[in-house]
Design a binder for this molecule. Sequence first.
Ligand code: SAM
Length: 349
Amino acid sequence: MIDLVEKLYTNNTLRKHELIQLLRDIEAPTRNHLIKKAHATRMHRYGDLVYMRGLIEFTNYCHQNCQYCGIRSGNPRAERYRLSLDEILDSCRIGSELGFRTFVLQGGEDLYYNDERIVEILERIKEQYPESAITLSIGEKSRESYQKFYNAGADRYLLRHETASRHLYERMHPDMTLDNRIKCLQNLKEIGFQVGTGFLVGLPGQTLEDYVEDLIFLQELKPHMVGIGPFIPHQHTPMSHEQGGSLTDVITLLAIIRLLLPDVLLPATTALGSIDPIGREKGLKAGANVVMPNLSPTTARAKYALYDGKISTGDEAAECRICIEDKIRNAGFTVDMSRGDHIDWRGLS
Ligand code: SAM
């Protein structure tokens, strides 16, 4: 088993059957070795820096109906909200004063925010904070829409593929197709965005062969960012009584992803911090190098409830940042407030 980790560390790839073997047979000593190698790779590529992104959850309206998600259209009990343009700009101002140089605008697929409105938001933010990067994460759109967003100043786009297993994807996403998700990711790459994708860990029925599909997909797409996190049940979804994903599985997969894609920007996600009080720190030690503190107004935080038990729903942005920074430092890393572009983008922006 240690041989497989060494091979992955040296070659940054493994054959499908080797990945299956690694995930199937891994135990604590090999996992610890894997984590050490992932950490060494991250130190070699990015040093001990942890890039900070300010997350603004600007709408929880969504016309999609993902089975696992608390803001799905089929949840009549979700308390819906939208931030106005002024509220979004205010969150950026607070973030900018705290030193953030990346704003991540995330939301459900909210038809109120048509292309024109999104373009206006992007232009206003870029006008006021030209030195900052903007990441959009608003789901599946046409290539034309993505191009408009890019032209208006969006630098990056996050669209998790959620699972590369076709049968699981279809079970989790009625009315959506994996092919369209992948087409969107290809369009985003071709347009010139720094592209993030990723997947959920611990969905009901998800097998280690499914994770291997995800890993192979990542190797083929070569995204600039990969967000993975545990599935966590939400009380008002059809999956409320299912078991959530495990910390160990997420950590193992984070470490493997760091070795498969050594230059990738890899968040230690809020969901990871929500299932374990030191989940994000464990993620950082296994190769993750991005953290996304929440800049949304506190009135919106709890309403952006994708899953139960989400952390940091009550803190003000400044408190949130200080608390996370302390955790990052105590874990032995250095907070970096720059734009934190992918290595291939350095010097280009
Ligand atoms: N609408 C955009 C999209 O589809 O990419 C962005 C918003 S969506 C709510 C953001 C992410 O939340 C999804 O990619 C999904 O992986 C994650 N998510 C949703 N429900 C979740 C749950 N129950 N547990 C963990 N993560 C969840």
